[in-house]
Write a protein that binds this ligand. Sequence first.
Ligand SMILES: *Cc1c(COP(=O)(O)O)cnc(C)c1O
Ligand code: SF4
Length: 356
Amino acid sequence: MTWQEQLKKFVNSIERLERYVHLTDDERAVLEKNRTTWGTTPHFAALMDPDDPNCPIRKQVIPSSLEQQNRYGMEDYLIWKENRATAEVRPDSIARQYRDRVAFTVTQVCGIYCRHCFRKELVVDGDLELNFNVDEGLRWLAEHPEVRDVLITGGDPFLLADDQLEYLIRKLRELPHVEMIRFGTRTPIVLPQRIDSGLKKVLGGYHKVPIWINTQCNHPKELTEETAKAVFELLGCGVNVGNQAVLLKGINDDVETFRALHQKLLQTRIKPYYVFYCEAAPGIDHFRTPVEKGAELIRDALRGHTTGLAQPMYVVATNIGKIPLMPDYYIKGKNDQEYFLQNHKGEMTSIPNVPE
Ligand SMILES: *Cc1c(COP(=O)(O)O)cnc(C)c1O
Ligand code: SF4
């Protein structure tokens, strides 16, 4: 199947979903009465366990009645998170937290409507309506020479047609201050067919302004042979591929899954970049763990247990930028002569403390 065929056969009706799973009464009831946007590609739907409603893929795809509960979610989350109510005048498509880089939203269409999406108000529920005019965003960028790094996001920007992507990349490369172009896209995971010869032509070749991609993979089951092939093709185009996982309760918050995820990412040639604390967006309380959980998992599943290449940075994304929440047990103390350091097993060592 081509990527266009995958999208034509998008699994977003009960009838189509039933080709992949035996729905529980609960799932069916939510699907019948809930008006939320949901669905994914046949490729990703086929990874769901037909009989287990707790399947980690299934929980990312099929809406739950728990989404109606909202004890801890923040109202108007995206307005806060993306600084849309601050003094600087920007087009809707530009979200800004840093001086040297911005997030440029170019579409609200996705290859999966993740149940845990922090942009749910925009992408899944459609409560927040924004105007994503690409030329308006490009004009704003042209007037902001301090921006050297543009992160194109959505929705999923790789659902744009090849010629739209080609236009966007060409226009960005014409701006002398843009040093790198980044894409956040789940297509290598949910729609690996998207990485086809047309897209490779758009992305490939030597360019002074490189393209970096981050995808989102949350569970080792998501990493298929098709994904490995797509990543290999991207690397062949000179495009690096990283991962931004979301820490999700009941999906990847146990030591075995967390370690397997990061090891299998490297096996698939994907570099773990971030693990995000699940954000305080409305309707996703049930996916959220205590904040410390991610740091504990890095200590107990990754650091010392597997290569440093597999180590992501654990962060929470906030309105003032991403804030690291890494384990803080490494430096146990110091005096004038020594630093006392602890490893992942709790063993102690020391190194000399060099005065300034
Ligand atoms: C995440 C994000 C970025 C990019 O952050 P990096 O740490 O450089 O990956 C830039 N702008 C906004 C608004 C973001 O949310
Ligand atoms: S692909 Fe990204 S933007 Fe789309 S629903 Fe999933 S997390 Fe949200």
